[in-house]
Ligand binder design. Structure first.
Ligand SMILES: [Zn+2]
Length: 301
């Protein structure tokens, strides 16, 4: 008997497949702390965790796995996630990078799926571009709290987007706009106090995990290249955004199909690599093989 017997409907070879998959979690705060926990329970075997931050008191209302002791010690968020994943599945392989994600690009480039838990619009945009170029499915989470007026209270809302070639990107879907980028640039330094709570993060993270597992071990036949699941935390409804349905009919103009591959890749270096070994393996491992494997994930199942 396997610890994953109760999810055997994911396919005869799903345990092996889930165990072989590398998932990158960029930002290990609110939403992605749920994602890390759930993916560990689901049997994902390899994690690349990236976050440059330490846990602080204001994280405790939503960071799954975080404790009072971590706050006293100032534990890195990636270390809390590593501890939580290994407590669930000691056989998981977990790499942690306590840095900006842009400095962990090589590690992230081998991922089969990347899930973002980023607040910054610019970071979302850059990570979407990174994933598009390397043909890695990118799942973006976002939540916000909107004031409804003097007496009406607040709207808790959010969305989860699956972006990959053949589907609308974050710009197509209005998650990234020039206005939002400009507004963020104007208010740079004032960010950090935006409302965040644990329960909508949990809903959105569960949607993200469902999208990730469907990519890896699909349990229904509909092939889903993209998604924009919109969550209204006041009514509890999740719907496919009408904007996604409109944009799905239109080719993305931001990332043409030909704009894929690692721009630093130089075929001439393969010759040099053949002489001393390392660069050759590195490039085949992190770029071409990654590209071909992702094409299989994206289009053959
Ligand atoms: Zn686009």
């Amino acid at each position: 008997m396997s610890w994953l017997d109760r999810q055997s409907f994911l396919g005869a070879h799903s345990e092996r497949r889930l165990g072989e998959i590398s998932v990158g979690l960029v930002g290990c705060g609110g939403g992605n702390s749920h994602v890390a926990q759930q993916l560990a329970h689901a049997g994902i075997g390899r994690f690349i965790l990236v976050d440059d931050d330490l846990i602080t008191l204001s994280n405790l209302n939503r960071l799954i796995g975080g404790t009072w002791i971590d706050i006293r010690r100032g534990t890195a968020k990636v270390e809390i996630m590593r501890r939580m994943i290994l407590a669930i599945n000691p056989r998981a392989h977990v790499e942690v990078y306590r840095s900006k994600w842009q400095l962990a690009g090589e590690a992230l480039s081998i991922c089969d799926v990347i899930v973002g838990g980023l607040d910054s619009v610019r970071s979302k945009d850059e990570l979407d571009a990174f994933c598009r170029r390397l043909v890695i499915p990118y799942i973006d989470q976002g939540m916000d709290v909107h004031h409804l007026g003097d007496t009406s209270g607040y709207l808790v809302a959010g969305q989860v987007v699956l972006s990959q070639p053949g589907s609308p990107c974050l710009r197509c879907l209005g998650i990234v706009t020039e206005g939002a980028l400009a507004e963020e640039a104007r208010s740079y330094g004032a960010a950090g106090g935006r409302p965040q709570v644990v329960w909508p993060n949990g809903v959105l993270a569960s949607l993200a995990v469902g999208l990730a597992v469907q990519l890896v071990a699909p349990w229904y036949r509909r092939q889903r290249l993209g998604a924009y699941l919109s969550y209204d935390g006041n009514t509890g409804k999740v719907v496919e955004s009408p904007r996604f349905l409109r944009q799905a009919e239109v080719d993305c103009v931001h990332y043409p199909p030909t704009a894929v591959g690692d721009m630093t890749f130089d075929i001439r270096r393969l010759g040099a690599g053949g002489a001393n070994g390392t660069p050759l393996i590195k490039h085949w491992g992190s770029t071409l093989f990654r590209f071909l494997r992702s094409r299989l994930f994206g289009h053959c199942r």
